[in-house]
Each structure stands twice: as C-alpha cells, then as structure tokens.
Ligand binder design. Structure first.
Ligand code: CA
Length: 223
C-alpha cells in the first residue's frame, strides 16, 4: 500500500513517514505543493494525506488535481477546526479529514478505514428496503413496481446505492455521474436528485434519499 504525504512542516512530515512506515506502508513525502503535484501526476497511490496550508500550491488545489485523475482516497489535515474548511474539503472530494494536532493512533485508524473502503464494490443487484436496482437488466423497482428512470437518474441512483450510508458531496456526484469537475454548476445535482426523489421516494415510505445540509446526499434506511 503506497501512501503520499504532502506536508510542509518537516517535523510532522517526518513523524508521519516514520509512523506509517513502521505500520507497514510505503510512504512518499512531499514537503511542498509543487513536489506533491509532481508525485500525484507521475505516480499511483492508494491513499493521499494532504496538508491544507502549503506554500505555493495549497492542499485544495492539489485535491482538485487528484480528483481530475482518480478516485484515490484523500485524507486532509487542517490546522483550524473551522466548519467551512471541512465542508470545503469534502465538497472538493476529500474522503475524510483530521484537525491538527492529532494523535498517531487517530490518524492510523482513519488511514485503515479509508484503505479498507477501497473502490466502490462491483455489485450487480442492489436492494435497500423495498427498493431494488438490477444493473444488468437496467431495472429499478420499489414495492415491486417498475420505475422508469432516465439514464442519468439510473446512474445517480446506482451511485447512491453503491455507496449506501455514505454522504456524497455534490462535487463527487457531479464528477461521477456527469464527469464534470467540482467547479461546474452543481445545481444540476440538486435538480436531478429532486427528479429522482419524485419517482423513487415521494410515493413511498420510508424515504431513502436524504439531504445532509452543507454536505451533500446519502441513501439509507432511516432509523
Ligand atoms: Ca502546513
């Protein structure tokens, strides 16, 4: 498992390199944004740990570069416990964050979770409550009734089902369903969700597609 650490504070970078190496990971360290950008473009990693405050190219810009290329999990490190930072990071497609200072045990737990999660499962048949999606036959039913979805609605529902219980940001949805990057008009996501809900949720109980304010959407059976 290869991990890239982009962190300009030498002490923190060194601490992460030593710890993660001892935990059995192959670690590459970039001490500035430019080196980070170079490594992201030239190599493949299983996980990227990204400090937000970097001279030159900052963590947000690097995150956008990562997302243009791949779905590599990204854990970002933020010095401030600012809600805007967390929302921004997740909107830009990061998978998780840690607020500095953090303990190594805490970091390792996040790293393990992100690596275990891996790429979305290749499943052909999904069922959540009485909603079913058959990928091969391109068929969606709820309470046994056949629903007619457009191609994009089908792709959107497939994405939500394959990541059941996970909050997906508008940016993540836009990039996976429309292949648009984060700075495009993500209003298209809200419109598509509304249309999908009208077919999948409005006539039925329980509601399965949920809005998470300031974060995005998730599909799950409510408790
Ligand atoms: Ca920094």
């Amino acid at each position: 498992m290869r991990i890239l650490v982009v962190e300009d504070e030498f002490k923190t970078a060194d601490y992460l390199r030593k710890g993660l190496s001892e935990s059995g990971y192959l670690v590459e360290v970039a001490l500035n944004g430019l080196d980070g950008q170079h490594l992201i473009r030239e190599s493949e990693f299983d996980l990227i740990i990204l400090d937000v405050m970097l001279p030159g190219i900052d963590g947000w810009q690097l995150l956008q570069i990562v997302r243009r290329k791949a779905q590599t999990p990204v854990l970002f490190l933020t010095a401030r416990d600012a809600v805007e930072d967390r929302v921004k990071g997740l909107e830009l497609g990061a998978d998780d964050y840690l607020v500095k200072p953090f303990s190594y045990a805490e970091l390792l737990a996040r790293v393990r979770t992100l690596l275990r999660r891996g790429p979305p499962r290749e499943v052909e048949h999904f069922r959540v409550a009485d909603l079913e999606l058959d990928l091969l036959r391109r068929r969606v039913t709820r309470q046994g009734e056949r629903l007619t979805l457009t191609n994009k609605e089908f792709a959107l529902l497939h994405l939500l089902l394959s990541r059941e219980g996970e909050v997906l940001s508008r940016a993540q949805i836009a990039s996976q369903v429309w292949q648009m990057n984060f700075d495009s008009d993500t209003n298209v996501v809200d419109v598509a969700i509304r249309r999908l809900r009208a077919k999948v949720d409005d006539p039925y109980q329980p509601k399965l597609i949920h809005t998470v304010r300031g974060m995005g959407y998730l599909l799950e059976v409510p408790e």
